[in-house]
Design a protein around this ligand. Structure first.
Ligand SMILES: *[C@@H]1O[C@H](CO)[C@@H](O)[C@H](O)[C@H]1NC(C)=O
Ligand SMILES: *[C@@H]1O[C@H](CO)[C@@H](O)[C@H](O)[C@H]1NC(C)=O
Ligand SMILES: *[C@@H]1O[C@H](CO)[C@@H](O)[C@H](O)[C@H]1NC(C)=O
Ligand SMILES: *[C@@H]1O[C@H](CO)[C@@H](O)[C@H](O)[C@H]1NC(C)=O
Length: 313
C-alpha cells in the first residue's frame, strides 16, 4: 500500500521515530485489505455517535454533511431508525448495515466474513458497565438485577461474548461459560480483523485517527460523545469488581490504538486542524438552523456566525 510507505517516510522526515521500516512492516501486517465494505461492531455504551464518522465517509452513505445520527435529527430511537433506512441510503459495497432488531450484533460465526472490514469503539469494562446500568433511555437488561455490582457480574465478558459467539448481547449476554482463551481469541480478532479500533476515553483522538486512516472530513456530529464525560461514574460502587476477560480485550484495544497513533502520527497537536474543522462545521450548522440556506465556504462560517449574533443581539 503506497500510502503506508509515504506515512513511514513522512514520519521519518518529520523527525519522529525513524524506525519507519519497522513501523511500515507493522502497518502492513496490521492493515487488513480490502477495507470495503466497512462493518460496524457496536458494543453497547461505546458511542453511537461514532456511527456519524462512518456514514459520512466519502461515498459510503447518501447523507448530507449536516445529517446527524442523534436525537435531534432522528428522535429518541435514532439508531434503530437509521438501520431501517440504511440499506436504502448506504452503498452496500462500502458499508454492511446492521440489522435494526439487533443493533448490538454479535459477530461470532460471521467473523470470517467480516474480517478485515470491521470498525469499533471500545471502553474500559467497568465504565461500560456503569454507563449501561445507569442509562436513562435503555435498560440494557439492568432491570432484573438488584445492584450495579450484581449487574456487572451478570454481564461479565460481554465484549468477549460479542466478538466470539453468536449469542444475543441485547438485552443480556447469554455467554455464561466464557474462559480466558475466549478473551484471547477476542483480542486476536481485534488485532487481525479490525481496520479501526478507537477508545471512548480518547474520543477526540479516536475520531481524528479514524479520518487519518480512512479519509473524510472531521465533522461536529462525530464529536457529540465528547460532551458526555466518560469518567462521570463512581467506580467504587462496583466494590473492586474486575471484568478480567473484557479487561484482556480492552488492553489489546489500547495497544492497537497506541500503535496506530504512532503509525499515523496522530496526537492532540497534529489533530488541531481536524478539531478546528469540526468546529467550523458546527458554525455552519448554526447558520443552517437559523435559516441561512446559501452554502458558505467553510472558512467564512465563523465570521458569519459572529455577524448573525451581532445582528440578532
Ligand atoms: C457504490 O460503490 C462502488 C464502489 O466504490 C461504486 O463502484 C458504485 O458506483 C457505487 N454505487 C453507487 C450507487 O453510488
Ligand atoms: C463513591 O461511592 C462510594 C461508595 O458508595 C462513596 O463512599 C464515595 O463517597 C463516592 N465518591 C464520590 C466521588 O461520589
Ligand atoms: C483486573 O485484574 C487484572 C488481572 O488480575 C489486572 O491486571 C488489572 O489491573 C485489574 N484491573 C482493575 C481495574 O482492577
Ligand atoms: C489530549 O487532550 C485531551 C484534552 O485536552 C486530554 O484529556 C488527553 O489526555 C490528551 N491525550 C493525549 C494522548 O495527549
Amino acid at each position: 500500500m503506497p500510502s503506508a510507505l509515504w506515512l513511514g517516510l513522512l514520519a521519518c522526515a518529520a523527525g519522529d521515530e525513524c524506525n519507519s521500516l519497522q513501523l511500515l512492516q507493522h502497518r502492513l501486517d496490521l492493515a487488513p485489505s480490502p477495507v470495503w465494505p466497512l462493518k460496524y461492531l457496536h458494543v453497547p455504551k461505546c458511542g453511537t455517535s461514532f456511527l456519524n464518522a462512518v456514514v459520512h465517509l466519502p461515498g459510503v452513505c447518501d447523507v448530507d454533511a449536516h445529517f446527524g445520527l442523534d436525537k435531534e435529527t432522528l428522535g429518541r430511537h435514532f439508531e434503530k431508525h437509521f438501520w431501517r433506512k440504511c440499506g436504502q441510503v448506504c452503498n452496500a459495497s462500502k458499508f454492511s448495515c446492521n440489522p435494526a432488531a439487533t443493533t448490538h450484533e454479535s459477530i461470532g460465526s460471521s467473523y470470517e466474513a467480516y474480517k478485515g472490514h470491521l470498525v469499533t469503539m471500545l471502553r474500559k469494562p467497568e465504565s461500560r458497565v456503569l454507563s449501561a446500568y445507569f442509562d436513562p433511555v435503555w435498560r440494557h437488561g439492568a432491570g432484573t438485577y438488584n445492584s450495579v455490582l450484581e449487574y456487572a457480574q451478570g454481564v461479565r465478558g460481554l465484549v468477549t461474548c460479542q466478538l466470539t459467539q453468536d449469542k444475543a448481547v441485547d438485552p443480556l449476554p447469554k455467554c455464561t461459560d466464557l474462559k480466558e482463551a475466549d478473551a484471547h481469541e477476542a483480542a486476536r480478532r481485534l488485532r487481525e480483523g479490525f481496520v479501526f479500533v478507537g477508545l471512548v476515553e480518547e474520543w477526540d483522538l479516536s475520531i481524528c485517527l479514524f479520518h487519518k486512516m480512512l479519509g473524510g472530513d472531521c465533522l461536529f456530529s462525530e464529536f457529540e460523545n465528547t460532551r458526555q464525560n466518560p469518567n462521570e461514574y463512581n467506580t467504587s460502587e462496583l466494590q473492586g469488581f474486575n471484568d478480567t476477560l473484557d479487561g484482556i480485550v480492552y488492553q489489546e484495544a489500547r495497544s492497537i490504538f497506541q500503535r496506530n497513533l504512532k503509525l499515523y502520527g496522530v496526537s492532540n497537536e497534529s489533530c488541531q486542524p481536524c478539531f478546528q474543522r469540526a468546529q467550523l462545521t458546527a458554525d455552519l450548522e448554526i447558520l443552517r438552523v437559523r435559516g441561512f440556506a446559501r452554502p458558505l465556504p467553510l472558512d467564512l462560517a465563523p465570521f458569519a456566525v459572529v455577524l448573525l449574533s451581532l445582528l440578532s443581539a
